[in-house]
Design a protein around this ligand. Structure first.
Ligand code: RB5
Length: 143
């Protein structure tokens, strides 16, 4: 699968570990940065990930910041994006099954790396259930 990833300085270490994890599993990862842990503004790195998912350049996105909130607020400004802030694997699973989330958003300062990698795996393998959930996600965009 083609996956875009981006973070701020708070998520950059986990970002590297996630990229390694994904590449070992055979995925193609487009890293939108940052490359170092120097302080940055998360919208500069999250908007490009959201755009890549929105325009179909990649199938899914993964974003990280300290709490996950700034990243979620940024990505969810894009009309075609459903970014889910997740801190447990069961929430990541439901974000796919019920919300057809196309971006996984991780709060890097509040989850272990092991849990983050577990959420990544679930996010990439779980299918959307459709049905009543399709009706609901169609009502998300502002008209
Ligand atoms: C950075 O210190 C922190 O504010 C950021 O990673 C994120 O938590 C913002 O929502």
């Amino acid at each position: 699968m083609k996956i875009a990833i981006g973070s701020d300085h708070a998520g950059v270490e986990y970002k590297s570990a996630i990229i390694k994890h994904l590449e070992e599993k055979g995925h193609t990862v487009k890293d939108f940065g940052p490359a170092t842990s120097a302080s940055v503004d998360y919208p500069d790195y999250i908007h490009p990930v959201a755009s890549a998912v929105e325009n179909g350049e990649v199938e899914r996105g993964i974003i990280l910041c300290g709490t996950g909130n700034g990243a979620a607020m940024t990505a969810n400004k894009h009309a075609g994006i459903r970014a889910a802030l997740c801190w447990r694997t069961d929430i990541a699973r439901l974000a796919r099954q019920h919300n057809d989330a196309n971006i996984l958003d991780l709060p890097a300062r509040f989850v272990s790396l092991q849990d983050a990698l577990g959420m990544v795996d679930v996010f990439l393998t779980e299918a959307f259930e459709g049905g009543r959930h399709q009706t609901r996600i169609e009502k998300i965009p502002c008209r």
